[in-house]
Design a protein around this ligand. Sequence first.
Ligand SMILES: [Zn+2]
Length: 157
Amino acid sequence: MTGKTHIIGGILACQAVDTFVFGNDGGFVYYAAGVAGALLPDICHTHSKIGRRFPVISKMVATIFGHRTFTHSLLFLVIINATLLFFFPDNEALRRGVLIGMASHYVLDALTVRGIRFLYPADIRVRFARIRTGGGFESIMLALFVVAIGWIYVVHV
Ligand SMILES: [Zn+2]
């Protein structure tokens, strides 16, 4: 999926969890962390939004692990969770946002033709659909996400 879809998808996932699970208690940090988390896995793509911002790290990750492997895995999610717990033990909003953003990224990429290696280093491809990244169907999904965000906002705030 494209960076734009990941950003909007991450916001929608954060909003949905915040609204239906935590009763609208997320603030700016939570949503900003959600967007960051939604972009983070694509650090393995040097041409992604986050890859262009951190070219050296991105190149290293892409060279060592390849595309959509380690950074799209449960292992990476666990490592990021542990890292955030270690450095920001009291910042629940930050951690929650990043993890939900990352999870939304995994789900969206698992809908594409290429799928993800969720159980990396195990060589198992996880894929729920065969949507083409940047294709017409992705544009429709993106539009639906925006509608869903508006709907949840209007009905539940
Ligand atoms: Zn990705």
